[in-house]
Design a protein around this ligand. Structure first.
Ligand SMILES: Nc1ncnc2c1ncn2[C@@H]1O[C@H](COP(=O)(O)OP(=O)(O)OP(=O)(O)O)[C@@H](O)[C@H]1O
Ligand SMILES: [Mg+2]
Length: 391
């Protein structure tokens, strides 16, 4: 069963056909709400183009919190970027032109698929504040698992659609997010440059590549060299807009401090710092922590993650803690299931939620959910000649 809300009788038969299965038609959203109340298993509402946009978005925003398993597909006469931006904020799964019945059918299928994997009683609470939280995943040593952690963290925080999440690939020269999630980078951060100084939510919506409804990505540029031209102030502007549009923004980073990384560390509520249990990487984490201290970033923003923990390599958690002089918050075991999932282009938390590695990534998400939001950072002194901006 699914609900079709429209008062235009002529469109009911073709739309009901595209939606598939049994469809109950209602004239308005109040009637849709009554029907939903009587059927707790209902998972799909399609809202026709004749329904007022503001009412449709208000209905969706309320359902997103009360009933995350429910998918709302919004039909409009034609697609407009401004409507897409508002729809993303409200939690609409897809916006589709009403006349394109094939697209309507595909959207309904995708929404039903998503509902099937969404736990009815989600354990991850939806973010209530108007500004989303920002988490940066960082390590100065390459190959520690930043991209793996960032993608899995984003998917976990998304919680099957309960939260709107944006994953940003700030590894601008060698970004792997697109390939890890099998996305085609048609739009990237470079496209923001044309809007520098006049960027707004509509402009930022145009940078997004959708992974699944409610989980969008800002991908890294594909051309080498493009990244150097992006000013750090533009990254800050993009991030400030994204946190207004999403509940959580997760940022993957390159393995070095640079002006872009410092800009996002300034804005972030959480610094997820990775290490692996080998001496060179531990040394780098120690230096990273010293540097973050020098830059006066509050320590309570840090979540130290020991990735690829493996009892066979000889370094224990307490060895790690004594080298980095900080306690390890989360341990993620080493497993061949991780590269296998990356090679298939499906995050391990999606593919194998019961795996111990997935439990580790969920633990990071829990820390982010439980952690406080922070005021923007104050201006800090220069480091390595990098220009710092005030928050
Ligand atoms: N817990 C784990 N167990 C086993 N392998 C892992 C684990 N985490 C990451 N890996 C593997 O380590 C490799 C590097 O991971 P990833 O690309 O996420 O690192 P990165 O820090 O983003 O690297 P770069 O600095 O190059 O961007 C990948 O092959 C990945 O499969
Ligand atoms: Mg990476």
């Amino acid at each position: 069963m699914a609900i079709l809300c429209t008062n235009t009788k002529a469109v009911v038969p073709p739309l009901a056909g595209a939606m598939g299965g049994e469809v109950s038609q209602v004239d308005d959203l109040a009637a849709a709400e009554r029907l939903l109340a009587s059927d707790p298993l209902e998972t799909l509402v399609v809202i026709g183009s004749d329904v007022d946009l503001a009412e449709a978005l208000e209905f969706t925003a309320a359902q997103r919190l009360a009933r995350p398993v429910l998918g709302v597909v919004l039909l409009r006469e034609r697609l407009e970027v401004a409507v897409l931006a508002l729809a993303i904020r409200a939690g609409v799964r897809e916006v589709v032109p009403e006349s394109d019945l094939d697209l309507v059918a595909q959207s309904c299928l995708r929404s039903r698929d998503l509902s099937r994997v969404t736990p009815v009683g989600v354990t991850i609470p939806a973010q209530q504040s108007t500004e989303g939280k920002v988490a940066v995943v960082f390590a100065t040593k390459g190959g520690c698992g930043k991209t793996t952690t960032a993608t899995n963290l984003a998917v976990t925080l998304h919680a099957g659609g309960a939260n709107r999440v944006c994953l940003v690939d700030l590894d601008l020269a060698f970004g792997d997010v697109a390939i890890s999630l099998q996305l085609t980078p048609l739009r990237t951060l470079v496209d923001a440059m044309a809007m520098d100084g006049q960027l707004d939510e509509t402009g930022v919506s145009g940078l997004l590549t959708r992974y699944r409804p409610g989980l969008d990505c800002v991908l890294a540029p594909v051309e080498p060299g493009d990244s150097e031209q992006i000013p750090a102030s533009l990254i800050t502007d993009v991030l400030r807009l994204l946190r207004r549009m999403f509940d959580y923004v997760v940022i993957d980073t390159p393995p070095q401090f640079n002006e872009h990384v410092l800009a996002v560390l300034d804005e972030a509520d959480h610094h997820v710092l990775l290490t692996t249990p080998d001496v060179p990487t531990l040394k780098n984490l120690r230096l990273t922590i010293d540097m973050l201290d020098m830059l006066s970033y509050p320590r309570d923003r840090r979540v130290i993650v020991l990735n690829r923990e493996d009892s066979r390599v000889g370094l224990t958690v307490s060895d790690v803690e004594s080298v980095v002089k900080t306690s390890v918050a989360v341990r993620v075991p080493a497993s061949l299931a991780v590269p296998a999932s990356i090679n298939r282009g499906v995050p391990i938390t999606v593919e194998r939620p019961d795996h111990p590695v997935s439990a580790g990534f969920r633990e990071i998400a829990t820390r982010i959910l439980a952690g406080a939001k922070h005021e923007p950072a104050a201006a800090r002194r220069g480091l390595f000649g990098l220009r710092r901006r005030s928050g």
